[in-house]
Design a protein around this ligand. Structure first.
Ligand SMILES: Nc1ncnc2c1ncn2[C@@H]1O[C@H](COP(=O)(O)OP(=O)(O)OP(=O)(O)O)[C@@H](O)[C@H]1O
Length: 701
């Protein structure tokens, strides 16, 4: 059952020379509603009202606060629930006064301890044990206040298997009487980081957290309730505090942790998926109190006076947001009987479970809430118990007249309803075993399948590599057409094998793309840029010309047809194809028309390439049609290094001179020439050299 954090606002009286100020006061309505009224610092005519269930004015006493808001929570803790009470407010607003108080006016902490000790006395001897731990968070580090400050190590904050956050290696001191506690507490408080500021002679420089742990043996169970009493350091306005460098650093840590606290509350109110508990040790430790499984009470301390006005408004706004935070209290209960015999030693025991507390409203708590619990073996707490220390200390804070009003009868009654029988436990364990065995079998099957797929991918990869090396050597020019890799074959395998590194995956995807389109020149022509198409056309024309000059008209015809795929609008090329077709079909000799004269511009451009031209191709067909002539002229410049890339298995002829950057050698489907070349591995570039050599050989043969 959800339980909202309760808010109590307390306005402290003026202290010392503080000027009179009536800008803030507590209004207790006749209907029982109360609120804090604050005059708007920017407009004296408007007043902000902050309604809370408990509002305490300047004349309020420590007794009132304890009796109204704190005492009921002691009973809650005796039911195995964690309770967190924290004092929040600007520096010098009275947090420490409220929590610790003085000898004359003991605060919440001594009163709670006194009440707990008194309550314990109502149980049979040995049934309840008490222990206290006390630590501070100073500059976002945790220190045990029961350990000498000089030697106290920084303590880590951890989380146990049940998701409960705790401070590791923290001392837990057994408490048998209020005197025990008082001695410890007085000594520990001297270790707390306190410093003088302009606003507070004894300003807390740390957040201090005292935890009283109450363990109650009940038949074969132990209930563990806790009361966390938190005296937060106050938010500080450094203009007012007059802090030096050290104080400023402390102040920065204080303000940061309080700011994270605000963010946590805000995130909880927003229903955010991520609550930033981990952004500070304070919020991590208070996690259970804000949106967790404990019962929370926020005492909101307010300082009168215009100089605190803005900070007071911030405090009240924080309180308003906090009152919407919902917790789901649970009863912390564990079995003391030995756990049932396990069926399989290899299977871990189920984790201890926390029972949701059927949590009543505050007045009902006094009567003792009913609760439900799921039995389960529990984990022993790791503690570093220490003997009581006979510290000297300040005068006793013993609170007269505190007594425990409630017997424990309701506890046993509620617990009895919740006990599971041996058979039920055995049945649950058997079910868990079955589920575990099924899970393991499924996992083994999954692992076997993955191993198989891995082997299959490796085989594919090695086959692909063989094919690639075959293409680059020019020895398996038709391999792609004979054994095309089906479209999308590699993709699912790649998806399954996430451990393939990115580079390998990228290369495989590129290869896959190439294979998919290798023999489909039409598709290729569709996606090449106009410039690339023209260059490819030229390459085929050059090859065709070389073959026609050798008298190999059928091959020449094939090459011209391929060229036509890339430059389908070239009329002269169409005519050339018709002429050669006619010659092939009629068995007549074919006389290529003379090549047209080169343009001046072309001469200039072709100068370096001419060094590589073969004598047979240079200067031919001077009178050819300008269009096809241009194609052929360019082709002649580059023909020594070209060969249709179908021979490489990529279906794309190269269109660049060998001394140009290799970048443009192998255009790829859907990619620009340059970008494609960047992903091509070196062996394919070598293959282009082989290609050039082959073309040279064909032409010169
Ligand atoms: N209700 C009160 N009645 C009388 N005096 C009070 C009350 N509240 C606070 N004071 C006095 O005001 C001064 C500042 O209080 P306190 O040290 O508790 O503030 P604080 O909020 O804990 O400050 P800091 O955050 O700097 O530690 C102290 O001298 C304290 O005795």
């Amino acid at each position: 059952m959800a339980h909202k954090v309760k808010i109590a606002a307390r306005l402290r009286p003026r202290i010392g020379m503080e000027p009179e100020d009536d800008g803030m006061h507590v209004v207790n309505g006749e209907d029982g509603q109360s609120c804090v009224a604050v005059v708007n610092p920017r407009d004296a005519n408007s007043v902000f009202r902050f309604p809370f269930s408990s509002c305490y004015g300047q004349a309020s006493t420590q007794d009132e606060i304890f009796d109204n808001d704190v005492r009921p929570l002691v009973d809650v803790a005796f039911n195995g629930v964690t309770v967190t009470i924290f004092a929040y407010g600007v520096t010098s607003s009275g947090k420490t006064h409220t929590m610790q108080g003085t000898k004359e006016e003991p605060g919440v902490i001594p009163r709670v301890v006194q009440a707990v000790v008194n309550h314990k006395a109502t149980f049979p001897p040995g049934e309840v044990s008490l222990a206290a731990s006390y630590y501070e968070i100073y500059c976002d580090e945790v220190y045990d206040l029961f350990v000498n400050r000089e030697t106290a190590p920084k303590l880590p904050v951890r989380e146990n298997g049940a998701g409960q956050v705790f401070v590791a290696n923290l001392s837990s001191m057994p408490i048998d009487s209020f005197a025990d506690f008082d001695a410890l507490f007085s000594r520990a408080n001297k270790q707390r980081s306190v410093g003088a500021t302009n606003l507070n002679r004894a300003s807390s420089r740390s957040h201090a957290i005292l935890t009283m742990e109450i363990s109650i043996k009940e038949d074969d169970k132990i209930l563990t309730g806790k009361i966390n009493l938190v005296d937060l350091a106050g938010s500080e306005n450094n203009k007012l505090t007059g802090n030096d460098a050290t104080r400023m650093a402390e102040s920065a840590a204080i303000n940061k942790s309080l700011s994270v606290l605000g963010q946590v509350v805000h995130a909880l109110n927003q229903g955010a998926s991520r609550i930033p508990y981990r952004n500070s040790k304070l919020t991590r430790i208070l996690q259970d109190a804000l949106g967790g499984s404990s019962v929370g009470l926020l005492i909101c301390n307010l300082a009168p006076g215009a100089k605190f006005r803005q900070d007071t408004l911030n405090t009240l706004n924080f309180a308003v947001r906090t009152k919407n935070v919902e917790n789901k209290p649970v009863v912390n209960e564990r079995e003391t009987a030995p756990p049932p015999k396990r069926h399989f030693a290899a299977i871990p025991a189920p984790a201890p479970k926390l029972a949701p507390a059927a949590f009543p409203t505050m007045p009902e708590i006094v009567a003792g809430p009913s609760r439900q619990a799921v039995a389960g073996p529990s984990k022993a707490r790791s503690r570093v118990p220490r003997p009581s220390m006979a510290f000297g200390g300040r005068p006793s804070l013993a609170v007269p007249g505190l007594h425990a009003p409630h017997a424990k009868g309701s506890l046993s009654k509620a617990s009895a309803l919740l006990t599971l029988t041996e058979e039920e436990i055995d049945e649950r364990i058997a079910k868990a075993v079955e589920a575990e065995v099924a899970r393991r079998l499924a996992a083994a099957e999954q692992a076997r399948r993955e191993a198989e797929e891995e082997r299959s991918v490796e085989a594919d990869l090695s086959r692909t590599e063989e094919e690639v090396s075959g293409f680059t050597s020019g020895s398996t020019s038709t391999l792609v057409e004979e054994r095309p890799i089906p479209s999308g074959l590699l993709t699912p395998l790649l998806k399954k094998h996430k451990d393939l590194d990115d580079e390998l995956r990228q290369r495989l995807q590129d290869l896959e793309k190439k294979f998919e389109h290798s023999s489909k020149e039409l598709q290729l022509a569709d996606v090449l840029s106009p410039v690339s198409k023209k260059k490819t056309g030229r390459a085929y024309v050059a090859l065709a010309r070389a073959h026609s000059e050798k008298g190999d008209l059928q091959v020449a015809l094939d090459m011209y047809r391929k060229a036509e795929t890339y430059v389908p609008d070239n009329q002269k090329l169409k005519e050339r194809i018709l002429e050669i077709e006619w010659a092939v079909n009629s068995g007549k000799e074919y006389q290529p028309s003379p090549k047209k004269a080169k343009k001046q511009k072309a001469k200039k451009r072709s100068k370096p390439a001419r060094q590589l031209q073969l004598p047979e191709t240079a200067g031919q067909d001077e009178n050819e049609d300008p269009n096809i002539g241009e194609l052929e002229e360019d082709a002649s410049r580059t023909s020594p290094v070209k060969r249709p890339a179908t021979d490489l298995g990529y279906g794309v002829p190269p269109a660049q001179t060998p001394f140009k950057k290799q970048k443009t050698v192998l255009p790829t489907i859907g990619e620009d020439v340059a970008s494609d070349s960047e992903v091509m591995p070196p062996p394919e570039r070598k293959g282009v050299k082989t290609l050039f050599a082959n073309v040279r050989r064909i032409i010169s043969a």
